[in-house]
Design a binder for this molecule. Structure first.
Ligand code: ASP
Ligand code: MG
Length: 454
């Protein structure tokens, strides 16, 4: 069997859902289990509804509820127009969930307090809705689909909004609930992202983008032959095509390379979310549901060892340098330094240290003022805004000196503010002026991915 996960754009409207059905039709011989996200953008709207409600903006919140209801019911009518009876039935089922959402919004307004638990009750509705709609649509398309309430399979702890899956319980539930459906020749369809607390059954979510995680956990539980992550891009590319003209598809990429690339630009998926499957040796494919005939990208442990697999970049990075005046880098200095970042929930991306100074980059500078106040206690602080990062990633990057010297040669006279080679030796990160990220990426890409001659 295989697990096919369809992201928000692949189930965004009736047309996309019909395409998704035909992808599954072509895979029936592989016994697909289908995991779906919410209709694209729904989760964001649900979270806004929760926010507005606690702030007392009930009218706006209820208007947004009706907007979502309209959208779902319109797509239901489009998908089921040949079968008015089942259209009515599904519309009724979805409408009941929207009534519940409206009731939750009103309750939040009265309480004026948003707990992670009530946030999950609301955020989980997107996948509850989409999974019901997709099952009905699949049936209409002649597929023998059966709805599975993901909360009965995805058992978690009670850390609402980023609940930790409980693998043993999930394995047991997946085998008990999903396998019989497959054996009966039917297609199990479940929502991603959502789960429930072991024992109490209260609804949880796995964190934003969690549907990939759900797919990976289900695939690992059932020892799937493969996991397919269907999205709206062709796969992972050698660079962001908005920056580099001739970026090309990476057909196979190592799990660690994919992880290094994950924190950059056009994010396809976060590799940590597919770790449960990859650890079991299950191949994970990233595929484009708009172009299902494409080869996609395979993420695996045994990808070819290349000097450079991809170039990634991002701008709007803040570089912070702390120069220790007194103690130099005495014992405990780094701990004290990183505690400051922890205190303000700011994650550090790139780090370089020398005898007397530490340089770090951060993405999110919203707590910069407080950070600086506390960092000043440790030494002289300089802040450089509008920096950018370029990363050169390849499993064979540090196999010899040649690749790194070509990289530096390609960067040429562009001013480098910081350099860091990851401990695994597969990611060389360069901090530059923000406006030099694009030219640096273009130069590096040209140096390492020469135009293939016909
Ligand atoms: N719908 C959820 C989100 O937008 C989960 C997912 O799509 O993976 O975060
Ligand atoms: Mg996603």
């Amino acid at each position: 069997m295989i697990v096919c996960k369809f992201g928000g754009t692949s189930v965004g409207d009736a047309e996309a859902i019909v395409r998704t059905a035909s992808i599954i039709r072509g895979r029936l011989h592989r016994q697909p289990v289908v995991v779906v996200s919410a209709l694209g953008g729904t989760t964001n709207v649900l979270l806004q509804i929760a926010e507005q409600s606690v702030k007392g903006q009930l009218i706006g919140a209820l208007r947004a509820v009706e907007g979502l209801r309209d959208r779902h019911l319109t797509q239901t009518q489009l998908l089921l127009r040949d079968d008015p009876a089942s259209a009515d039935e599904v519309a009724g089922e979805l409408s009941a969930m929207f009534d519940e959402l409206a009731a939750l919004a009103e309750a939040l307004k009265t309480l004026g307090d948003l707990t992670p638990r009530s946030l999950d009750a609301i955020a989980s509705l997107g996948e509850q809705l989409s999974s019901v709609l997709v099952v009905a649509a699949f049936r209409q398309q002649g597929l023998n689909a059966e709805h599975v309430d993901a909360r009965q399979v995805m058992i978690t702890d009670d850390r609402y909004t980023r609940a930790e899956p409980q693998t043993d319980a999930i394995n047991e539930a997946a085998q008990r609930i999903i396998l019989p459906i497959l054996r009966g020749g039917r297609i199990p369809v479940l929502g991603g992202f959502i789960g429930s607390v072991s024992g109490t059954g209260v609804t949880t979510t796995l964190g934003r983008g969690g549907s990939d995680y759900s797919a990976s956990l289900v695939g690992a539980a059932l020892q799937a032959e493969a996991i397919e992550i269907w999205t709206d891009v062709d796969g992972m590319l050698t660079a962001d095509p908005r920056v580099v003209d001739n970026a090309r598809l990476i057909e196979r990429i190592g799990f660690e390379e994919a992880s290094e690339l994950a924190s950059f630009g056009a994010k396809v998926l976060h590799p940590s979310t597919i770790a449960p499957a990859v650890m079991k040796g299950i191949p994970v494919w990233v595929l484009n549901s708009r172009r299902p005939e494409g080869t996609g990208t395979l993420i695996t442990f045994d990808a070819p060892r290349r000097a450079v697999t991809a170039i990634a970049g991002k701008t709007k990075v803040t570089l912070i340098k702390v120069r220790s005046t007194r103690m130099l880098l005495a014992e405990g200095f780094l701990r004290a330094l990183f505690e400051v970042f922890e205190r303000y929930h700011t994650s550090v991306d790139v780090v370089a240290t020398s005898e007397i100074s530490v340089s770090v980059t951060i993405d999110d500078a919203s707590r910069l003022e407080s950070l600086v106040v506390d960092l000043r206690v440790l030494g002289d602080v300089t802040i450089e805004r509008n920096r950018g990062i370029v990363s050169i990633v390849g499993s064979g990057l540090s196999d010899g000196g040649a690749t790194m010297s070509s990289a530096m040669a390609a960067i040429g006279e562009l001013r480098v503010h910081m350099l860091s080679l990851s401990s695994s030796g597969i990611n060389l990160t360069v901090v530059l002026d923000g406006d030099q990220v694009a030219p640096a990426m273009q130069r590096l890409h040209a140096a390492f991915f020469r135009e293939e001659t016909a």
